[in-house]
Design a protein around this ligand. Sequence first.
Ligand SMILES: C[S@@+](CC[C@H](N)C(=O)[O-])C[C@H]1O[C@@H](n2cnc3c(N)ncnc32)[C@H](O)[C@@H]1O
Length: 227
Amino acid sequence: MTCIANPLWNPWANDKALLELYQKRCRQLVPEMTCASQAAEILSSKINGNETLLDAGCGAGYYFWSFYNRKIPIEYFGIDYTPEMIELAKQEMCNSKSKLKSTNFILNTIENIEEEYDTIICFNVLTNNPHYALPLERLLKCTKKRLLLRESLDQDLVVRFTPDHYIDKDKTHIKVYHNTFPIDEVEKFIKEYGFKVTRILDERSKGNIEMVVDVPHRWQILLAERI
Ligand SMILES: C[S@@+](CC[C@H](N)C(=O)[O-])C[C@H]1O[C@@H](n2cnc3c(N)ncnc32)[C@H](O)[C@@H]1O
């Protein structure tokens, strides 16, 4: 079953400037994102043989380069519910250097993942979803070894559903979730699925509040490893 995000409410289907930035990331024309670099560094000591890795909410799939450039032996897959993102990934990321094929990029929601992967990473995604529980449960059930998450996590739950003034001018009425989820609750939730959890300081924001499209986020990285 395939589910895609409806462009009526999906900011990523209505943001040409962001697509241009993502294209540059695919072409490695802009500096590597600090969080992508940190994800690859964390996983480099964990991944031994050839393992599968799913990038959940992959955008245009440019995190691939962070693993490739560090020679981390993974078979990379990306999933995203925005058709424009998966199209861009297929156009930009599938070539003789990456050896990625269009089948490495899956158009679907996280909530529909059924395959299992050795590692799943999910960075900067759940915060933009109405709640974390359903997509996170799917991610945990489909993780064989480890799940690496970077989300806006703090002491208390804050639900924000606000217009995004940075997307295409005629689409700024579209409202987007920018939620902060309670870190203790999220950690307890993950442990219930048979994982141990390690909190890792986010290198980019260093534990401080970071404003993203005028909304405060406290980015935290959680490494969940199956016991
Ligand atoms: C803020 S972007 C982050 C992209 C990339 N992970 C990064 O850190 O640069 C969020 C991405 O997640 C996708 N996304 C959000 N919720 C999703 C869901 N429930 N299922 C699949 N994709 C989702 C969006 O389409 C978008 O491409």
